[in-house]
Design a protein. Structure first.
Length: 283
């Protein structure tokens, strides 16, 4: 895979649910038990999860200003017999990038609106030359992760759940925007993606005025770090996220830093009941 494709795949990975790849199951950088960590209580983690919102991001790097479009929408969903918080993510590559790295995926993640943990995630679509159709369920009562892959059944499995509360990438972004952010604070987040669990500490490192599609706004700068760096963190890379310091708490930008470049997930448009912000759509 070319370096450009690697950058794009990293950004697109942020939109995928709890669906491990190639049957892998690993726990990365976890050296403490849940009882040793100061996870905020559910009521303090809840404010980032707001129903009836719509976020339109674009993936960008270098001269490719709109390599992919990522749309995230939220709603309360009573279809399963109980009301759950439903996050839908639709990611697709655009233009010339689509010819190089075709991708079109939809994920549906369901969170418990009491514990604010992911209960299940479903992935459907196509990335590169591979079709995707998989469901992952987190069974908190039995402390199990149950993964069923319809395309590659040999990669289905059941594994023990090492810690909770669990989030996927997109739900982690939404949660972080609602935390009681203040420079100098740090928050533990337990994330699952790409077949691995990650215990990440999100540090609030600065507050600055950041240019965005919504104007120049005071924003918090967040930097996730791992106790035991692995993956891009071990190779000198990392992630930086900007969240506006206002009533909307918009995640205006997420930068993924790799040794050979930086890919970004940039928020262009935001909608909520009675609110439309950001770039105007072309007619």
């Amino acid at each position: 895979m070319s370096r450009n494709s690697q950058l794009l795949s990293v950004v697109l990975l942020m939109t995928l649910p709890i669906c491990p790849a190639r049957g892998e199951f690993e726990v990365e950088g976890i050296e403490k038990s849940a009882s040793d960590l100061k996870f905020l209580p559910p009521e303090e983690r809840a404010s980032g999860f707001r129903p009836d919102e719509r976020f339109e991001f674009r993936a960008a790097w270098g001269i490719f200003g709109s390599a992919a479009t990522i749309i995230v929408a939220t709603r309360m969903d009573p279809s399963g017999g109980r009301e759950l918080f439903h996050i839908t993510s639709h990611a697709r590559t655009n233009g010339i990038i689509r010819a190089i790295y075709p991708a079109d995926t939809r994920t549906d993640s369901f969170l418990d609106p009491v514990s604010w943990s992911v209960l299940s995630s479903h992935l459907e679509g196509r990335t590169g030359s591979e079709d995707n159709m998989a469901l992952t369920v987190i069974d908190y009562d039995r402390r199990l992760v149950i993964h069923e892959d319809d395309i590659k059944p040999e990669e289905s499995y059941t594994h023990p759940l090492p810690m909770d509360p669990v989030l996927d990438y997109i739900s982690a972004v939404l949660q972080m925007r609602g935390l009681p952010l203040e420079v100098g604070k740090s928050f533990p987040v337990f994330v699952h993606g790409g077949g691995k669990f990650y215990l990440v500490h999100v540090d609030v490192v600065a507050r600055e005025v950041k240019k965005s599609a919504f104007g120049k706004l005071p924003s918090f700068v967040l930097k996730p770090r791992m106790e035991k760096p692995t993956g891009i963190f071990a190779r000198g890379g990392g992630v930086t996220m900007w969240v506006t310091d206002d009533k909307y708490r918009l995640p205006t930008r997420v930068d993924v830093h790799l040794g050979f470049g930086t890919a970004a997930m940039v928020l262009d448009r935001y909608e909520a009941p009675g609110v439309k912000l950001g770039k105007k759509r072309r007619r």
